[in-house]
Design a protein around this ligand. Structure first.
Ligand code: PLP
Length: 446
């Protein structure tokens, strides 16, 4: 018997071993040793809504939005909806003063349904179809980010009022991440290489269209960038290009959108972007570049997605079985996996996993948390530490799963996608319900 068994109230006073770098600020242990988020015990959410389930801390999302607004008081902060686009998020971020970026007609529809002012919506995508451009123009979105010469032709045919556009440029900055997330380099599918004939042609063509108004440039350097210097370099290169446009066409572009990509920590010790430092570096680079080219300061826009919602999300799973392979690993199989978290298979992402229904204090084992999907590679976390006395039925929680989890989820193996449950002030509410087998069957035509 431990001291905690004799005096259970000591638990609430125990130093938390939940790393504040990866868990929402309002994460605690309750008197029974269970993890609570936004004042709600995660084990209760698992009981009420089943598992796998995404939990989202509303206050954490709002706090992150406010932090960006404080750090960049003069910039436009545009939430990148691809990280997680549901009506509630669109409402929260716009209530906090952010704009919203969408990259499909579907995301646009969600933003509009949430009541986002179309003028504060930015439309992205390297493969926007005619119908998507049509939907964006008809909705009156504030800006469309042009990604190809074909789009210019389509947009000039569609726009009845002057449509504000940005041109997406790749500034040739290599942030050295996973190949799938390095989007600042010249040879990749997004945008036009900065300084290329194609980029110059795009600018010239837009300026010739009376119903298109070129207001600025856009770039996106990649994902999980923790070195703010890359953004300083982007500012220098992009402002120089804006000065070229003034020289060649006598037009002054007023907006510079630097995209998103600010790193968050998925596990304790991971590097993350310091947004105060980022603000200083962008400010200094802007001052220097504008002075050098005698160019008026453009309005800076930033498009954080992950940095707004990642840490607000926690995914809950229930342990289904525990298997010890002689001379091999111990596999803890849970009722979710690559269907709700494809980032492990896509990018080799790594996560922390903890027991949520009790605060274990005894011996630990090394275990591999395996997903339930029929793929040998469906592993959520390899060789992590879990309590040696873990049992089927217990609830495991994976932090930092608010971004690119629900939005990348699939119904592989005909397993429906998990619900999203919001927590705030001791209450929870279901934002998105679980996808049922009936939902999946509803698409069968015969
Ligand atoms: C154009 C653009 N803006 C913003 C983002 C958001 O990136 P992050 O969620 O890493 O901040 C992305 C992500 O791919 C993007 O492609």
């Amino acid at each position: 018997m431990t001291l905690l068994d004799i005096f259970p109230s000591l638990r609430t006073g125990m130093p938390s071993r939940l790393d504040p770098a990866v868990w929402p600020r309002d994460t605690h242990y309750d008197g029974d040793g269970r993890i609570t988020l936004g004042g709600v015990a995660l084990a209760d959410i698992a009981d009420q809504y089943g598992t796998a389930t995404y939990v989202l801390d509303e206050e954490e999302v709002r706090t992150r939005c406010r932090a960006y607004r404080r750090a960049f008081p003069e910039a436009e902060i545009i939430y990148a909806g691809k990280a997680l686009m549901i009506k509630a998020i669109a409402e929260w971020v716009t209530q906090e003063g952010l704009s919203v970026d969408v990259c499909s007609a579907g995301e646009l529809a969600v933003a509009l349904a949430a009541g986002v002012d179309p003028a504060r919506i930015v439309m992205h995508g390297n493969g926007k179809s005619f119908d998507e451009l049509d939907a964006a123009v008809r909705a009156g979105v504030g800006r469309i980010v042009v990604d190809s010469l074909t789009e210019i032709t389509l947009l000039s045919a569609l726009a009845t009022e002057p449509q504000r556009v940005l041109v997406r440029l790749s500034p040739g900055i290599d942030v050295h991440g996973h190949p799938a997330v390095r989007t600042g380099v010249l040879d990749q599918k997004f945008g036009f290489p900065l300084g290329s004939d194609a980029a110059n042609e795009a600018v010239a063509r837009i300026l010739r269209q009376p119903n298109l108004r070129l207001v600025g440039f856009h770039c996106h350097l990649g994902s999980q960038i923790h070195d703010p210097d890359h953004y300083g370099e982007a500012v220098r290169r992009m402002v120089a290009e804006m000065a070229h446009v003034r020289q060649d066409h006598g037009v002054i572009l007023t907006e510079l959108d630097l995209g998103g990509g600010h790193a968050v920590a998925y596990r304790g010790g991971d590097a993350e972007m310091n947004i105060a430092e980022l603000a200083d570096i962008i400010e200094d680079a802007l001052d220097a570049a504008c002075a050098r080219h005698h160019f008026p300061r453009p309005v800076i826009a930033l498009e954080p997605g992950r940095a707004i919602v990642a840490r607000a999300g926690v995914t809950l799973y229930r342990v289904l079985s525990i298997k010890h392979i002689d001379g091999g690993h111990t596999y803890v199989t849970v009722d979710g996996g690559m269907g709700d978290n494809s980032r492990v298979a896509l990018y080799g992402a790594r996560y922390e996993v903890v027991v949520a229904n009790r605060h274990p204090t005894g011996p630990q084992m090394t275990a591999t948390v395996a997903g339930r999907y029929c793929e040998a590679g469906d592993i959520l976390a390899a060789d992590i530490r879990l309590p040696a006395d873990l049992r089927p039925g217990e609830v495991l929680a994976v932090p930092c799963t608010g971004a690119y989890h629900h939005s990348l989820a699939s119904a592989y193996n005909s397993v429906g996608r998990p619900p999203i449950i919001a927590v705030r002030g001791g209450r929870c509410r279901e934002l998105i319900r679980r996808e049922t087998t009936a939902d999946l069957m509803a698409r069968e035509v015969e």
